[in-house]
Design a protein around this ligand. Structure first.
Ligand code: AMP
Ligand code: MG
Length: 341
C-alpha cells in the first residue's frame, strides 16, 4: 500500500480534514497530528476499523486504546458517569481540556470491547491540536487513536517519523507539523473519593502532578505496578533499536572495547557528569544551552530517533531532575532503557 502525506496548514486545510474524515467513515485508519504525539486513528465505534489499528501497529490485544472526542459534551455518549463523578470530570475538563490529559472512566456499551481490551472503563481525551480538533468535530464520532508507531517503539512526533514507522501499512498521514508537547498524554483514573477527588496517576505526561493537585489528591502507585490497572504500561517501551543505558552515576558506565557510543545529554554540559566521560561518537542534546524541561520533552523522541539512526552500537542517556515534566521524561527514558533502575 502506498502511504500519502497531506500537509494541513497551521489552522487546517479542508482537503486534509475531508480526506481524513472520508477514510474514517469508510472504516479505514489514518495517522493524525495531536499536541502530544502523532496518533493512528479509527472510528472508535467500529470494531473492524479498530482491529486495523492493532494490526498496523502489531499491538497486542491486551493494550487498550485512548479515544478522542470533539467536544466536552460528547463524554456522555461514551462514559457512564454518576452525578458525583460527573462533577469531578467537569472540573477536570474545564481545567485541562482540550489538552494532554486522558481520563479513565466507566464506559458505555457503545464502545466495543476491542477498544478497552474488555475492561469496563475507557480512556478519553480531547486534543487541543487545531487539525485533530477539527477532524474530531467534523467526524462527530469518537476516534480511537494510539500513538502511530509500531508496538514498543519510539512514539512519532512528526509526520516523517510516522512514515518511518508505518509507511506502506496505512493509506494516509495528515501532517500537522511537529508536536508541541512531544510526550504522550498524562493518564489518570478518576474517583470521587470521600473528601477530595482521587486521581490515580497511571502514566506521567505533559500535565504534571502539581497541576492536578488543584483538583484532587494525586495517587501514584509505586512498583510493582498492577498491570491490570493500566495494561499497556509495560516496563519496556518507547525503545530504540539499539540498546539504551542509563546509570545511577556517570562512573558506572564501562564502555566495551571496540564499541561506539552516542550520548543523549540533557543540556550538553560537562557538569552533568557525562560529556567528558568518554569520546562519544555522537552527542545529541535535549535542551541545548540552559536546560529547559519543556524543550527537553518536545525533543525527546526526536533525539532518540536521531541517535538510533546514527549508527552507534549503544546509547547512554543522562536523566533529568525528577520534578514537573522531568517525571515524565525520566519515565520514558527508563522504559526505553535495557536496564530499569
Ligand atoms: P497509547 O494510546 O499508545 O498512548 O497508550 C494508551 C494507554 O492508555 C494504554 O497503554 C493503557 O495503559 C492506557 N489505557 C487505555 N485504556 C485504559 C483503561 N481503560 N484503563 C486503564 N488504562 C488504559
Ligand atoms: Mg503508545
Amino acid at each position: 500500500m502506498e502511504t500519502e502525506i497531506i500537509y494541513a496548514e497551521d489552522d487546517y486545510s479542508n482537503e486534509a480534514i475531508n480526506r481524513a474524515v472520508a477514510l474514517l467513515e469508510d472504516g479505514e485508519i489514518v495517522a493524525l497530528p495531536t499536541e502530544t504525539v502523532y496518533g493512528l486513528g479509527a472510528n472508535a465505534l467500529d470494531a473492524d476499523a479498530v482491529a486495523k489499528v492493532f494490526a498496523a501497529k502489531e499491538r497486542p490485544s491486551f493494550d487498550p486504546l485512548i479515544i478522542h472526542l470533539g467536544s466536552r459534551e460528547q463524554i456522555h455518549e461514551v462514559c457512564d458517569l454518576s452525578p458525583e463523578l460527573d462533577k469531578v470530570v467537569q472540573q477536570l475538563m474545564q481545567e485541562f481540556w482540550p489538552g494532554a490529559l486522558t481520563m479513565v472512566l466507566p464506559k458505555k456499551d457503545v464502545i466495543p470491547d476491542i477498544v478497552t481490551s474488555g475492561m469496563p472503563t475507557v480512556a478519553v481525551r480531547m486534543s487541543g491540536h487545531p487539525v485533530m480538533k477539527e477532524i474530531c468535530k467534523v467526524f462527530g464520532k469518537p476516534i480511537a487513536a494510539p500513538s502511530a508507531n509500531r508496538f514498543g517503539r519510539i512514539s512519532p512526533t512528526s509526520a516523517s517519523a510516522v512514515m518511518k514507522e508505518l509507511g506502506g501499512k496505512i493509506p494516509l498521514i495528515i501532517d500537522g507539523g511537529a508536536c508541541n508537547d512531544g510526550l504522550e498524554s498524562t493518564i489518570i483514573r478518576v474517583e470521587v473519593g470521600e473528601k477530595r477527588p482521587q486521581l490515580h496517576l497511571l502514566r506521567a505526561g505533559p500535565v504534571v502532578k502539581e497541576q492536578l493537585q488543584k483538583i484532587g489528591k494525586v495517587i501514584r502507585k509505586k512498583k510493582p505496578r498492577d498491570v491490570s490497572e493500566a495494561p499497556g504500561q509495560l516496563e519496556s517501551h518507547y525503545a530504540p533499536a539499539v540498546p539504551l543505558y542509563i546509570f545511577e552515576k556517570p562512573e558506572d558506565f564501562r564502555p566495551d572495547e571496540g564499541k561506539t557510543y552516542g550520548l543523549l545529554s540533557y543540556r550538553g554540559q560537562a557538569k552533568d557528569g557525562y560529556m567528558d566521560l568518554h569520546d562519544w561518537e555522537v552527542v545529541e542534546e535535549l535542551s541545548p544551552g540552559k536546560g529547559k524541561l519543556a524543550e527537553a520533552s518536545v525533543r525527546l523522541f526526536h533525539v532518540l530517533r536521531l541517535l538510533d539512526e546514527s549508527g552507534v552500537d549503544a546509547i547512554v542517556a543522562e536523566t533529568v531532575s525528577e520534578t514537573g515534566l522531568g517525571v515524565a521524561i525520566n519515565d520514558r527514558l527508563r522504559r526505553a532503557s535495557v536496564t530499569i533502575h
